[in-house]
Design a protein. Structure first.
Length: 269
């Protein structure tokens, strides 16, 4: 598929329509802080959420889901085992899966698990710059879930990880960086209020899994997911300028966003 900016805009519009038409079933093994918001974000977008993270069920469910998110925000022991089980089943079934290595670096349990899962070839890895540097073993991580490194400082690490995993790296920041190890694009949509609500980044991981379920090119899926999500944030911020009202407006905007919003607003280089 062509990846010129013009074609990526068109492919984003097509991928969004596919999500709406097919309602992909997305299994989310995610952190306890964001479960509700993540499920609601998927529903608002048009996908179907399933928060199946029990050992003995996570693997069988990954075989029937269309997409899988592994988010390491609150890695309690049973959830760690469920993540391993789900990833193994997803790889066997050909289910695309997303790794979100939340707050790795200084924290030993999640860091070890992230490095283990890295070797199982995630379809897409999403994180902030500090998390991506830590996953590449080129940095110590950020301040908890907050990045202390700039997006561009993680470019080499992201390219290296993409080549290592055979997948796509999505580095979140004021300008998002998406790379498959050969081509890199930068996306400049979004709003600062996304950083002032719980789950603003984590729910994006699930949205990435939804788009990966409907587009066989992970690069296109990542660009489409990030752009759609961030354009919805812009729409929400225009009518809800404070964090509490923004969170509700954001869910409404994920339902509202359409092809014409993509065409008018998507900023890609």
């Amino acid at each position: 598929m062509s990846r010129t900016p013009e074609n990526l805009i068109s492919q984003t519009q097509t991928a969004l329509e596919r999500v709406r038409v097919t309602a992909p079933l997305v299994q989310s093994i995610t952190n306890a802080v964001v479960t509700n918001f993540t499920a609601n974000a998927l529903l608002a977008l048009g996908a179907a959420p399933a928060m199946c993270d029990i050992v003995g069920e996570a693997g069988p469910f990954a075989r029937i889901a269309q997409g899988l998110l592994i988010n390491l925000g609150t890695p309690v022991p049973e959830q760690c085992e469920a993540a391993r089980e789900a990833v193994a089943a997803a790889n066997e079934a050909g289910t695309p899966w997303v790794l979100d290595p939340v707050a790795i670096g200084a924290l030993p349990v999640r860091t070890a698990l992230a490095l283990e899962l890295r070797e199982l070839r995630p379809t897409i890895v999403r994180g902030n710059a500090s998390e991506i540097l830590a996953l590449a073993e080129a940095g110590a991580g950020g301040r908890g879930v907050d990045a202390t490194d700039g997006v561009e400082s993680a470019l080499d690490a992201a390219v290296s990880l993409a080549r290592r995993t055979g997948g796509v790296l999505a580095v979140s920041g004021p300008t998002d960086l998406i790379t498959d190890g050969e081509r890199t694009v930068r996306l400049s949509n979004g709003h600062v209020l996304q950083t002032r609500i719980t789950g603003g980044g984590c729910a994006l991981g699930a949205v990435l899994a939804a788009f990966a379920a409907v587009d066989e090119d992970p690069m296109v899926a990542a660009v489409a997911a990030v752009s759609t999500y961030n354009i919805a944030a812009e729409l929400a911020a225009e009518r809800a300028p404070r964090p509490g009202s923004f969170q509700i407006a954001f869910l409404d905007a994920l339902d509202e966003v359409r092809a014409e919003h993509i065409a008018a607003r998507m900023v890609i280089a």
